[in-house]
Design a protein around this ligand. Sequence first.
Ligand SMILES: *[C@@H]1O[C@H](CO)[C@@H](O)[C@H](O)[C@H]1NC(C)=O
Ligand SMILES: *[C@@H]1O[C@H](CO)[C@@H](O)[C@H](O)[C@H]1NC(C)=O
Ligand SMILES: *[C@@H]1O[C@H](CO)[C@@H](O)[C@H](O)[C@H]1NC(C)=O
Ligand SMILES: *[C@@H]1O[C@H](CO)[C@@H](O)[C@H](O)[C@H]1NC(C)=O
Ligand SMILES: *[C@@H]1O[C@H](CO)[C@@H](O)[C@H](O)[C@H]1NC(C)=O
Ligand SMILES: *[C@@H]1O[C@H](CO)[C@@H](O)[C@H](O)[C@H]1NC(C)=O
Ligand SMILES: *[C@@H]1O[C@H](CO)[C@@H](O)[C@H](O)[C@H]1NC(C)=O
Ligand SMILES: *[C@@H]1O[C@H](CO)[C@@H](O)[C@H](O)[C@H]1NC(C)=O
Ligand SMILES: *[C@@H]1O[C@H](CO)[C@@H](O)[C@H](O)[C@H]1NC(C)=O
Ligand SMILES: *[C@@H]1O[C@H](CO)[C@@H](O)[C@H](O)[C@H]1NC(C)=O
Length: 681
Amino acid sequence: MGMIIFYLLKMEGGFIPLLCLLLIMHPYPCSSLPMCTSLRAPVMAKEALSFCPYKGRVCCDSAKDSQLQMQFEAMNISLTNPNCASLIKSILCATCDQFSANLFKVESQIRSVPLLCDYSSATSFCTHVWDTCQNVSIRNSPFAPSLQGAAGLPQNTSSKLTDLWQSRTDFCTAFGGRADDHVYCFNGRPLQLNSTRTSSVPPKGLCLERLGDKGYINMAAHPDGSDRAFFSDLPGKIWLAAIPKHASGQPLGIDESAPFVDLTDQVKYDTVFGLMGIAFHPNFTQNGRFFASFNCNKETSSTCSGRCGCNSDVGCDPSKIGASGGADHPCQYHNVVAEYTVNGTSSEPAKATKGKPTEVRRILTLGLPFTNNHGGQILFGPDDGYMYIMLGDGGGKNGPFRLAQNKKSLLGKIIRVDVDTIPKETDDLNLWGNYSIPRENPYSEDKELLPEIWALGLRNPWRCSFDSERPSYFLCTDIGQDRYEEIDVITKGGNYGWSIYEGHLPVDSEQKNTSDLIFPAMGYNHYDVNKKEGSAAITGGSFYRSTTDPCMYGSYLYADLYATALWAAAEAPANSGNFTSTSIPFGCARDSPLECNSVPNTDLAALGYIYSFGEDNKKDVYILASTGVYRVVQPSRCNYTCTKESGTQAQTPNFPPPSNGNHLESVLYISLILILVGYML
Ligand SMILES: *[C@@H]1O[C@H](CO)[C@@H](O)[C@H](O)[C@H]1NC(C)=O
Ligand SMILES: *[C@@H]1O[C@H](CO)[C@@H](O)[C@H](O)[C@H]1NC(C)=O
Ligand SMILES: *[C@@H]1O[C@H](CO)[C@@H](O)[C@H](O)[C@H]1NC(C)=O
Ligand SMILES: *[C@@H]1O[C@H](CO)[C@@H](O)[C@H](O)[C@H]1NC(C)=O
Ligand SMILES: *[C@@H]1O[C@H](CO)[C@@H](O)[C@H](O)[C@H]1NC(C)=O
Ligand SMILES: *[C@@H]1O[C@H](CO)[C@@H](O)[C@H](O)[C@H]1NC(C)=O
Ligand SMILES: *[C@@H]1O[C@H](CO)[C@@H](O)[C@H](O)[C@H]1NC(C)=O
Ligand SMILES: *[C@@H]1O[C@H](CO)[C@@H](O)[C@H](O)[C@H]1NC(C)=O
Ligand SMILES: *[C@@H]1O[C@H](CO)[C@@H](O)[C@H](O)[C@H]1NC(C)=O
Ligand SMILES: *[C@@H]1O[C@H](CO)[C@@H](O)[C@H](O)[C@H]1NC(C)=O
């Protein structure tokens, strides 16, 4: 979030906390999204490829296209077999398809050819290939049995399919397959997704129950799978809470006076700084490891020292920042990721109700040029077990040192590191911290990148999450400056454009305008003072995967910090990476354990400011707001109709209709804030 000051403003009926935005390997082998065999996102081709029949979003550039043409010509397929030649060409070119990672099932097994559609019928594509090409000699045939593994035939050997395979059945057993919800097959043409299938239906409304009245910044489900979760606040405390059963009438079981761990001594907390992220090791129940990401102040903390993210390697001159950066000295403040343990506080980690506040190990220290836009969320990848650290661009209007695009800077990046293999001596490795680098990080292909970098061109990735059913869906909301609030689908090596662009809008035309920028999957306009529309700062977000609200299943939920709107984004066609957002009303369950505040003259819940989202081990989604913790519950508890909801009889909603997210406009204090934000940025 842009970042925050917690003012308390006395209003009629109670205190309304006022935030002030300062300037400031998984279940399925491939879960689609357009993705190339390199596991990178496809790029928009300026023009159609000349050899392969692909245009628009593609996985080949013109060099790859010519290489495929040469490979095809070297196959020396007789011109008397044009039908076979064209089939083989289409198969070679499938590597340019925007879904090639899925067609080639790269994550589970690298194939020499895409999965050929085979429905065991006389008309399947695989049958067609066999029938048309069985007697045709192909030099360096991609259908050689050994190629299913790797090696290949001796070079320049010509072979017919009948030399290599006994029968069509053998051939199609090796190369054919069926598409299902998560695997696609190749039928000779660029992949078209079934547009009649969508992942979800637009929900009528989101029903919330209020489980707590404190404003937390982070939530992390307990890694033991139990009905417990950790919550942390900005000043630096983490609590372990019991999650009540649905409709039990109980609030969160949390003892504010007995935090799991209190890091307030180490954390620099004020308007824009604090404990920004927490993460528990996937094997926490065995190793007791947990991590905190926070800010520290060099002037007051002896453990707060490290390299400045503004340095001559990245063309940033600290003396040009000075006090204008919001600090007394450049790099007075740092981002820190530190490791802690529960060892010694209980007989086994899963039983621990306390962690030790003593830092076990420093993972990362990064000096900040300015005081704003420093991100700080940390997450473990559900598939790879690596730690992802979200880092903002370090602040300043329009990214003054262009650090988000600088491949030698960690600022404005998402980095991925291995905290399980920690080298003894990191000094000569020239890393920014104590971790090792996963071999597959993008620098293995682009040597200009710092080895930590996973994705670049971010401004302030405030909340990121993985879809628990499809870990290749890694979505981050990236807070805009003053025009566009965006959501990015983060992919390996992806460049999300800041500070060349803010969303789709050019910011800095003097920067190198690379063609491989990835534009937002969705987003909305920042508040426009003149048009009086838009919102203030985006907060992500979670794929809803609980069965509690079946109408919400599969939607990506996100919000604006100022709670002017909540959105549910549906993907259509299914697995396409093409999202459409709908603003959804939200109400408070009639039997909510804690009473919700409501927006004057409506039945809508007034959430205050939305900081973040969370998920528990049952995949229920939580909204962490300034007015407390809200859980998404059955729609019928708010009288929203969801025909898929079983058991309870849903009523017709008696809430006002959705109002494009500006239903709070009439509320004076919100308008006031929006105007403030508009002017301040
Ligand atoms: C290409 O195939 C033809 C037969 O179709 C053969 O005569 C010719 O020698 C082949 N060329 C090469 C370079 O192998
Ligand atoms: C391929 O050769 C076999 C055996 O000579 C023959 O039976 C078959 O009809 C041929 N197929 C094509 C498509 O020419
Ligand atoms: C394969 O054939 C090509 C074209 O005829 C030739 O340039 C190349 O040297 C050959 N490679 C081998 C390993 O024989
Ligand atoms: C698209 O999906 C519908 C519903 O699942 C199915 O009936 C139809 O056959 C599919 N069409 C194609 C081309 O896969
Ligand atoms: C986590 O624990 C499992 C089972 O004990 C083990 O196989 C795995 O290697 C551990 N992973 C890490 C990263 O420690
Ligand atoms: C905590 O205990 C686990 C299990 O014995 C061990 O693997 C780990 O290294 C310990 N951590 C610390 C910081 O002592
Ligand atoms: C790595 O760990 C050592 C020992 O905990 C610490 O002194 C050093 O500052 C750490 N390095 C970084 C870059 O944080
Ligand atoms: C980048 O290039 C595209 C196409 O050449 C152009 O439309 C766009 O305005 C450029 N963007 C900037 C920020 O210069
Ligand atoms: C993306 O979704 C929108 C709205 O559902 C639809 O109009 C559009 O055709 C979709 N685009 C693609 C490439 O499927
Ligand atoms: C939902 O409907 C029931 C019965 O029609 C009504 O008693 C209740 O007040 C309604 N609840 C809300 C939150 O509107």
